[in-house]
Design a protein. Sequence first.
Length: 439
Amino acid sequence: MLPEIKVKPPGPKARAIIERDDKLASPSLIKEYPLVIDRGQGVWIYDVDDNRYLDFMAGIATCSTGHAHPEVVKSIQKASEKFLHICATDFYYSGYTSLLEKLCSYVPKMGPKRAFLTNSGTEAVEGALKLARYHTRRNNIIAFKGAFHGRTMGSLSLNASKVTQRAFFGPMLSGVLHVPYPYPYRCPYKQARNVCETECICGKALEKDWFQNYVDPKEVAAIVIEPILGEGGYIMPPTNFLKDLRRICDEHGIVLIFDEIQSGVGRTGQMFVADLVDVAPDILLTAKGIASGMPIGAFVAREKFMTWPKGSHGSTYGGNPVCCEAAVTTLNLVEKLLPNVRETGAFMKQGIVDMQKKFPVIGDIRGTGFMLGVELINPKTGEPDAKLADELTQRAFPKGLLLLGCGKSSIRLTPPLIMQREEVSTGLKIMEECLKELT
Ligand SMILES: Cc1ncc(COP(=O)(O)O)c(C=O)c1O
């Protein structure tokens, strides 16, 4: 199958909806391009004018099993016929328990665990921050430059990727300190790339600089990190840095929190990056891909860290019964998709590497599986080319390819985990055509 554009988007039906929506929706919404979805099937999306698009972004890495996967849809239908809500904070149901069992079976290196189910990613971040503060009786949190953790006050305070997300919303949560995130292509400490990749100094700088000059580690409750940076540019830190963080947290009694809301649930070819890099956090955050798009998230903590008492934390909708069933079905499917993510993801990455030989505007290619970042640059200066990244996304859309940017000038390639080689080739051909037209 190929993309099919019957009428240049936005077509008449799409324009009519956009016109109505634009009058009423909050102007804070971004709306990357004028896609008005009617339905989705697998890796394909149809708009209201019946144009067919290939999906290279999966609703921001969320539609893990593809659009409207029949098994996920069936589990939603079955669950919704039984009951829609009862509140897991106060009562029991088997879907909730089954999802806890599933989540607590991942990342075995964390040892015995307990989990808390939420409605969203940001609610998982908020809960984890509360738990870390409660458990350690400490206040300060270390986060990273380039980070994105959500839009409620706690998670927002951890963000440092785009100033518009923070501007005029202060005061932020007190005690948050942002330190450099390793970025081998543009090392914050100006190390050569090969040095950064093998002997990253960001962890050591945290000890030698930040802990000496800014904050006593004995006052730090948690280090919160995306083990692969999402919104900030799909940047993969060197493994030795994550190992350094583990050691530092162990030495000072700090809770290590991995925000795997974007990077988890099979996206890298492993269920979680924690497995990929063999570094176990104390709290693991998940959402997005966990239920193929149904609104649910979770934080999973080492059992010995879940020290808070009855009534100290809860949620009305967290772990909604319909979402729980969608999540269990999704996770069963994703477990079987991991080999495809590794193999087809490597094929996709090689395709971009081949493209880079023809287009020097492709400065960096990073990531693994179906979590790939492509950084666009001005080849004369080496500087990020944000305009080109935006133009590429905008130009691909009317050709039937859905892309999404991240960071200053990167494109994230995050298709549904079911994507096959043929579909990857189709999408890459369109990207190449766009780059030919633009450069
Ligand atoms: C790494 C990360 N953390 C947290 C969030 C917030 O998740 P949500 O939008 O479900 O609140 C996101 C969303 O993009 C994310 O990518």
